[in-house]
Design a binder for this molecule. Structure first.
Ligand code: UDP
Length: 327
C-alpha cells in the first residue's frame, strides 16, 4: 500500500513514517513545514511540501495513494482558547478539505490523530472510549468534531477511519533517527529538558495541592514509538477489516509531575531548577487511559513506554542538539 502521511515531518508524524517504512509500506509525506522539520524527513519517503488549505496540491499528493495518516494539526490547548480561528482553519477546514479530496480521489482509508482532550474533565480516573465527550478547550472540540465528520463520511462516502485518541505523547526514536526538537514547547518533558540544558532558567510545577499521593497531577505517558506502531497496525486493520474504529492509546499507568522530574534528575544525575506554581486551568488531577480496545482490536501493546526509556531517549536528542552546538 502507498500511504500519504500528512504532517510526516512533525514529532509524531516522523515516528509514524519510520514505523510504516520498516513495515514495508510505500510512504509519501505531505507537510507545510509550519512546525514540522526537514531534519525529521526520511530519504526513503517521497516528500511533498504543501498545505491542507491548498486543495489542488492536496489532491495531487493523493495520486495513487491507498491510505492516509493525518497528523497535521495545531495542538496547543492554551493557544486554541486565545486564537480559535487558527484551530478552526487548520484542524477543521484543513481536515474537511482532506475528506473532500479523499472522496474526489477515491481514497478509502484514514488514520486520524485524535486526543484524550475529547473527553474533557474525567468522571473516572481511568477512561475508556465510552466515557462522556465534553471537551473543555477548543483544541479538544476540533478533534471531536472531526471524529463526527469522519463518522458521516464513512456512512455517506465509505471512507473507513481509525481515530486514535492519544494520551500524553513522549520520548524519541531510540535509534536516534529522529532529531527535530519542537520550538517553544509547553509539554512537561520538553520543558524539563529545556530547564536541564539551561534553555530556560527554571520551570514551574502547576499545582501541588491535587488529590494525588504527592499533590501533583498524574498523566498517562505513552512513548511515541508505541504510538507510531498503532498507526501501522490501524492501516493493516483497515485493509483487512474495512471497519471504522475509535481507540484510546495510553499505557494505563500514571506518573505524577514530580515523579517525572525526580526520575529525570536521577537518570541524568543533575538537579532541575523548579518551583511550585498555581494550578493551570483545566488540568484534571488524574488522567489515565484504558487501552483494552486497541489491544484487542489491533493487537497493540506498549513496549517502549517505561519511564527510563522515555526519559533517556528524550535526553539523548536534547544532548545531540545542545551539547553539539556548544562544542
Ligand atoms: N506541567 C507542569 N509544568 C509545565 C508543563 C506541564 O507542571 O511546565 C504539568 C501539567 O500541569 C500537567 C502535566 O504536567 O499536569 C502534563 O502536562 P502537558 O502539558 O505535558 O500535557 P497535558 O496533560 O496537558 O496534555
Amino acid at each position: 500500500m502507498r500511504i500519504l502521511v500528512i504532517g510526516g515531518a512533525g514529532y509524531i508524524g516522523s515516528h509514524v513514517v519510520k514505523s510504516l517504512l520498516n513495515t514495508g509500506f510505500d510512504v509519501r509525506v505531505y507537510d507545510d513545514l509550519s512546525t514540522g522539520k526537514r531534519i525529521n524527513l526520511f530519504k526513503q519517503a517521497e516528500f511533498v511540501e504543501g498545505s491542507l488549505l491548498d486543495m489542488e496540491s492536496l489532491k495531487k499528493a493523493l495520486d495513487n495513494v491507498d491510505g492516509v495518516v493525518h497528523l497535521a494539526a495545531k495542538k496547543a490547548v492554551g493557544e486554541s482558547m486565545a486564537e480559535p480561528e487558527k484551530y478552526a482553519n487548520n484542524n477543521l477546514i484543513g481536515a474537511i478539505n482532506l475528506l473532500n479530496a479523499m472522496t474526489d480521489k477515491n481514497v478509502k482509508y484514514l488514520v486520524f490523530s485524535s486526543s484524550a482532550a475529547v473527553y474533557g474533565m474525567p468522571q473516572t480516573p481511568q477512561l475508556n472510549e465510552s466515557h462522556p465527550l465534553n471537551p473543555i478547550n477548543f483544541y479538544g472540540f476540533t478533534k471531536l468534531e472531526m471524529e463526527r465528520f469522519m463518522e458521516w463520511y464513512d456512512r455517506l462516502k465509505g471512507i473507513k477511519f481509525v481515530s486514535l485518541r492519544y494520551f500524553n505523547a513522549v520520548g524519541y526514536d531510540e535509534d536516534g533517527d529522529i532529531l527535530g526538537l519542537e520550538e517553544k514547547p509547553q509539554n512537561l518533558l520538553p520543558v524539563v529538558m529545556e530547564t536541564l540544558f539551561g534553555i530556560r532558567s527554571q520551570m514551574s510545577i502547576f499545582g501541588n495541592d491535587y488529590d494525588t499521593p504527592d499533590g501533583t497531577c498524574i498523566r498517562d505517558y505513552i512513548h511515541v514509538t508505541d504510538l507510531a506502531t498503532a498507526h501501522t497496525l490501524a492501516l493493516q486493520y483497515l485493509e483487512r477489516e474495512n471497519t471504522s474504529q475509535i481507540l484510546n492509546l495510553g499505557t494505563g499507568t500514571g506518573h505524577s509531575v514530580l515523579e517525572m522530574i525526580q526520575e529525570t534528575e536521577r537518570i541524568v544525575n543533575q538537579k532541575i531548577n523548579y518551583t511550585m506554581a498555581p494550578r493551570r486551568s483545566g488540568d484534571p488531577a488524574k488522567l489515565t487511559a484504558s487501552s483494552e480496545k486497541a489491544q484487542s482490536i489491533l493487537g497493540w501493546q506498549p513496549k517502549h513506554s517505561d519511564l527510563e526509556n522515555i526519559i533517556r531517549s528524550t535526553w539523548h536528542v536534547y544532548q545531540n542538539t545542545y551539547e553539539k552546538n556548544q562544542n
